[in-house]
Design a protein around this ligand. Structure first.
Ligand SMILES: [Zn+2]
Length: 138
């Protein structure tokens, strides 16, 4: 339901009144006829200055139309769109985490974090030319 500012001759202006598109506004104070005032429509959804950003896919939408088109495309591609912080997103992160841990363990590491540390350390050694003396699992 759209929101309007309305004005009664006797009681003045009332802001943010819910009205059906077709209904004639009535003054909340006296129930007499009131006048709809022109006001900027309430914008819901992404805008140029406040775009919708999906961090998983890097998608950026600047209008509600762009966002709807993007969501349709995602659905057609069989992808699940999850807003960051949503339960779906958290479940996905946990699932990906377990998968990464399992894969790292198969590779002989204690887990994903350990693998990351070892790989990073190995890269640092290669960069600095330091020789590898001992492997220390955490
Ligand atoms: Zn009135």
């Amino acid at each position: 339901m759209p929101i309007y500012d309305i004005e009664c001759e006797a009681h003045g202006r009332f802001n943010d009144v819910f009205l059906k598109m077709t209904s004639e506004p009535a003054c909340p104070a006296c129930a007499g006829p009131a006048r709809k005032l022109p006001c900027a429509p309430t914008i819901v959804g992404p805008t140029d200055t406040n775009p919708f950003v999906n961090e998983q896919t890097g998608a950026i939408c600047h209008t509600p139309q762009e966002k709807r088109a993007w969501e349709r495309q995602q659905a057609e591609d069989g992808m699940v769109v999850a807003e960051k912080g949503s339960n779906t997103f958290i479940r996905h992160v946990e699932f990906a985490r377990k998968k990464a841990d399992t894969a790292a363990k198969k590779g002989g590491y204690d887990g994903y974090d350990h693998k990351n540390r070892v790989v990073k350390e190995e890269k640092r050694r290669q960069r600095t030319g330091e020789r590898r003396i001992i492997s220390t699992p955490s």
